[in-house]
Design a protein. Structure first.
Length: 216
């Protein structure tokens, strides 16, 4: 019961952050607020291990993609198309790993070995640098390297999340920190606030998924 109360309070805090940011930043659009709120719900539900994360995620992808189009963040646009497709598979994959417990039906996490995690990290960094160079040379992307380093690692994190590997939270934390910088430089403070809250949610998700693993 105490865990559920904390879950609801944590989501409420994230939504409050979005509303307050929007109220004090008149240049942000209402769509930034909507996208931020949908994103808060989606990531919090992911941290809880609830399959409802995907349904809020579908709505967030649509609104966020439009915002990225207005800023010409081509990497972000591409990855959100990827999110949409992978989330369809994610619903099916998570349904096979759901376990009914005291807190309802939640996903059963698993873990990567340290060796695989190191190899993934090095490969992801190298590929991010290459993609950033490509965006800088061949597009009018306004922030090519930041765009690349928030896009490529997110591709990896999304796959790990769908496959229910706990380590995806470490990658999302790095992506979210860089995304704060990306959107601050674009002067969209609702999006920056969303990613700041998502950083806290990554720590919450790590702890929660550890508990889910221990309870199996």
């Amino acid at each position: 019961m105490r865990s559920k109360v904390f879950d609801y309070c944590f989501i409420a805090l994230g939504l409050l952050v979005q509303v307050v940011t929007y109220a004090f930043m008149p240049h942000d659009t209402w769509l930034s607020l909507v996208s931020g709120c949908l994103g808060v719900c989606s990531v919090c539900l992911a941290a809880q291990g609830s399959i409802w994360t995907f349904f809020f995620g579908f709505a967030q992808v649509g609104t966020y993609t439009y915002l990225c189009i207005t800023q010409r963040f081509y990497g972000e646009i591409a990855i959100n198309a990827y999110y949409f497709v992978t989330m369809i598979y994610g619903v099916l994959a998570w349904k096979k790993r759901m376990h009914a417990g005291e807190e309802g039906e939640l996903v059963i996490p698993r873990r990567l070995s340290a060796k695989v995690m190191v190899l993934l990290s090095v490969s992801t960094l190298l590929l991010s640098g290459l993609v950033g160079w490509g965006l800088a040379c061949w597009t009018d992307d306004t922030q090519p390297y930041l765009d690349a380093f928030t896009t490529v690692p997110a591709l990896v994190a999304q796959v790990l999340m769908i496959l229910a590997y706990r380590e995806h939270w470490f990658i999302w934390l790095a992506v979210d920190i860089l995304s704060i910088v990306l959107w601050l430089r674009a002067s969209d403070y609702c999006m920056a606030a969303q990613y700041a809250f998502w950083c806290a949610n990554c720590l919450y998700g790590l702890r929660r998924w550890q508990t889910l693993s221990d309870n199996q």
